[in-house]
Design a protein around this ligand. Structure first.
Ligand SMILES: [Zn+2]
Length: 204
């Protein structure tokens, strides 16, 4: 079984920019397998490595029957078109908010074997590719909401049964070594209440 616990909002790993993958090795393929298995078990549309506590630029996706993964993704936007629609996140379970995204995206990156990959996404797939790439930069979808909606989202998060403000986060050491390149989150992001939960009780 390679299903792993998903880090929830409040875990600092979700706010830490991930590092590019350098070694396309067996360890990376195990990470992709773990992401895929965990995403499927949770019926998720996508899952990024930081959500499993691993600070590497890798995510998996499963949208409308199209499954895959992308390593070191870079997004291109072929036009200016936008979409608005419900978005959620396995790290913020049970909460969904209308989130503006670009409608069309071209994601370039690599397979787990280091082969170049390009994914052209529209609609839900484009939304997923943007959401998962955001995770690799320490950005969560609630950051994309307008201030009023973000306030409402934070209220809902604080009231969620999985949110435990009194319990400090536990950082599991990943098999890929300690995270580097940590930075303080940019102003305007949700950081104050964002550092204090261990909703999975990993430390207990
Ligand atoms: Zn997410």
């Amino acid at each position: 079984m390679t299903v792993q616990p998903i880090r929830l909002f409040g875990d600092p790993v979700l706010r830490t920019p991930a590092e590019p993958v350098v070694d396309f090795d067996a360890e990376l393929r195990k990470l992709v397998a773990d992401l895929t298995d965990t995403m499927r078990e949770q019926n998720g549309a996508g899952l990024a490595a930081p959500q499993l506590g691993v600070g590497l630029r890798v995510f998996t996706f499963d949208v409308d029957g199209v499954q895959g993964h992308l390593v070191n993704p870079v997004l291109d936007f072929p036009d200016e078109e936008e979409q608005d629609g419900q978005e959620g996140c396995l790290s913020i379970p049970g909460l969904y908010f209308d989130t503006k995204r670009r409608l069309n995206v071209i994601a370039k990156g690599f397979s787990e074997y280091g082969d170049p990959v390009q994914i052209v996404g529209t609609g839900l797939m484009a939304r997923c590719l943007q959401h998962e790439t955001d995770h690799l930069d320490g950005v969560l979808f609630i950051d994309r909401l307008d201030p009023e909606a973000r306030k409402e989202a934070m209220r809902a998060i604080r009231q969620a049964d999985w949110y435990d403000e009194s319990n400090p986060p536990v950082i599991k050491v990943s098999p890929h070594g300690p995270l580097t390149g940590r930075r303080s989150s940019p102003a305007g992001r949700l950081t104050a209440a964002d550092r204090s939960a261990d909703p999975f009780g990993l430390g207990r």
